[in-house]
Write a protein that binds this ligand. Structure first.
Ligand SMILES: [Zn+2]
Length: 404
C-alpha cells in the first residue's frame, strides 16, 4: 500500500479523490495510476457551482502525465457526472486536467516550457506524442493568454511585414515600441491589416485614437492604413529603410555605369558598406576609384551626405540640411539619385519626424529574425495559424499561465 500513498501525495490528490491502484508494464515501459473517488462522495455542479450534487454515473478517462523516471505515465479515472437540481446531469471537472484535454495540467506545463526552446516537432519527439496534439495545447494556452492580454497603455507602434511561407504569403507584425513586444499578427500586408490591428487593439482594452506615433517603412499600404484606422498617429519613416532607398539608387548608378567602366565590376560592396565596415584593401580600392571621375563615386558622395541628415543636432538644422541635400541630388544628372530624392520629397514629414521621435523599427528587425530562425528550424509551419501562435509565444511577452 505504501507506493499508492506515495503516488497520492506526489499527485497532491485531495478528498474525495485517491489512488486506488497502479500497474507497471515492463514491456511497454508504461506506468498506469488508477484514481478513484470515495463512495457516496458528492461534487459541486460544474455549471452553477451548487455544492453536494449526487453522482449520477461515471465514465472512464485517461490522461498522459509527466514521465515517472523514463517511463510514460498515465492517469486513469472514472469521471463522475452529477445530477444538479438546477442544471440536470453534468460531467464533473477533475483537478488534474482541463476539460477536453488528454493531458494533465502538469504535462501541458512541461510542453509549454519546452516549446520556446525547440521546434514543436522536436518537442513532440521528446515527449513521445504527435505534434498535432501538442499544437492543440499551444493554441489553447496562447489563445487564453491573448484573451487576457491588456493593450490599454499602447501609444506607440511599429509594423512591418514578414514572409510567412517561401516566396509568397506574408503576415504583418504590429509591435508595441515601448515594451518591445508583438501585439498582433495579421494575415497579408495591405492597408486592411492596420484595420485588423485597430480592431484587435480595441478588443484588448486599447484605443486606436490613443496611438500617437507609428514607425513604418514607406509602404503605400501601411501609410494608407495608418491614415484610415489610426487617425491620431504621426508617421516616422524607419531610418534603415529610408537610407536603403538612397543606397539602392547608388547601386543602380553603379550597375549602369559598369557596362562602360569595367573597373567597377565586383565593387558593389565597396559602395554599399559604411566606412567603418570596409577593410583597408576595400577602402584603398574605393579611394582609387573615387579619383577617376566616376558617376558611381558622385552617387556615393550623395549617399554619404544623406546619412549625415541623421546626425543633425536639431530638427531645424536637419530640415535645412535635407533641403540642401535635395537640391544637390536633384541636380546631379544621375537619374536613380534624382528618383531617390523625389521619394524623399514625397515622404518629407515622416523622414524629418525622426528628429522628434527617434523611433525606429530595430525592434521589429530583431523580432523578425527570431521568427525567421524559428521558421527555418521548424522547416516552416503548416498553417499561418500555427505561425502566428509561435510568434505570439516567442515575441508576445504573454503571460501563458493565468496568475494564481
Ligand atoms: Zn448546476
Amino acid at each position: 500500500m505504501r507506493d499508492l500513498e506515495t503516488f497520492q501525495a506526489a499527485l497532491e490528490l485531495k478528498d474525495p479523490w485517491f489512488v486506488a491502484g497502479s500497474r507497471f508494464d515492463a514491456a511497454t515501459r508504461r506506468l498506469d495510476i488508477d484514481i478513484s473517488f470515495t463512495k457516496r462522495a458528492r461534487f459541486a455542479c460544474p455549471s452553477c457551482g451548487a455544492a453536494g450534487c449526487p453522482v449520477h454515473d461515471a465514465r472512464p478517462l485517461t490522461w498522459r502525465h509527466l514521465n515517472f523516471w523514463q517511463h510514460q505515465t498515465y492517469l486513469n479515472a472514472r469521471v463522475p457526472r452529477v445530477r444538479c437540481p438546477a442544471c440536470g446531469v453534468r460531467k464533473v471537472s477533475v483537478p488534474w486536467a482541463r476539460e477536453g484535454s488528454g493531458f494533465t495540467l502538469l504535462f501541458e506545463d512541461h510542453v509549454m516550457d519546452l516549446i520556446p526552446a525547440m521546434p514543436v516537432a522536436a518537442a513532440a519527439r521528446t515527449v513521445g506524442e504527435h505534434d498535432t496534439r501538442l499544437w492543440r495545447v499551444i493554441h489553447h494556452y496562447v489563445d487564453g493568454a491573448r484573451a487576457r492580454d491588456n493593450h490599454s497603455k499602447v501609444t506607440r507602434a511599429a509594423f512591418d511585414e514578414t514572409a510567412a511561407r517561401r516566396g509568397h504569403d506574408y503576415v504583418s507584425l504590429f509591435v508595441d515600441l515601448d515594451h518591445s513586444r508583438v501585439l498582433f499578427v495579421a494575415d497579408g500586408k495591405d492597408a486592411a491589416t492596420v484595420g485588423a490591428f485597430a480592431e484587435d487593439l480595441t478588443e484588448h482594452g486599447g484605443d486606436p485614437a490613443k496611438i500617437t506615433e507609428v514607425c513604418i517603412d514607406m509602404s503605400a499600404a501601411f501609410i494608407k492604413g495608418t491614415a484610415e484606422y489610426l487617425p491620431k498617429a504621426e508617421i516616422t519613416f524607419d531610418k534603415f529603410h529610408t537610407v536603403k532607398i538612397v543606397n539602392d539608387a547608388v547601386d543602380e548608378v553603379r550597375r549602369e555605369e559598369q557596362k562602360s567602366r569595367p573597373e567597377l565590376k565586383k565593387t558593389r560592396y565597396v559602395w554599399l558598406k559604411n566606412e567603418t565596415n570596409l577593410s583597408s584593401g576595400q577602402r584603398e580600392l574605393r579611394d582609387g576609384l573615387a579619383t577617376r571621375n566616376l558617376k558611381t563615386a558622385r552617387a556615393y558622395q550623395i549617399r554619404l551626405t544623406f546619412q549625415e541628415f541623421y546626425q543633425q543636432p536639431t530638427r531645424q538644422d536637419a530640415e535645412t540640411f535635407l533641403k540642401k541635400w535635395y537640391f544637390w541630388a536633384t541636380h546631379s544628372r544621375l537619374q536613380p539619385m534624382i528618383d531617390a530624392a523625389s521619394t524623399v520629397k514625397r515622404h518629407w514629414d515622416g523622414i524629418l519626424r525622426w528628429h522628434d521621435t527617434h523611433i525606429a523599427n530595430g525592434i521589429l528587425e530583431g523580432i523578425n529574425s527570431l521568427v525567421q530562425a524559428a521558421k527555418a528550424k521548424a522547416r516552416g509551419y503548416r498553417t499561418s495559424h500555427n505561425l502566428k501562435a509561435m510568434i505570439y509565444l516567442i515575441a508576445g511577452k504573454l503571460q501563458i499561465l493565468p496568475s494564481t
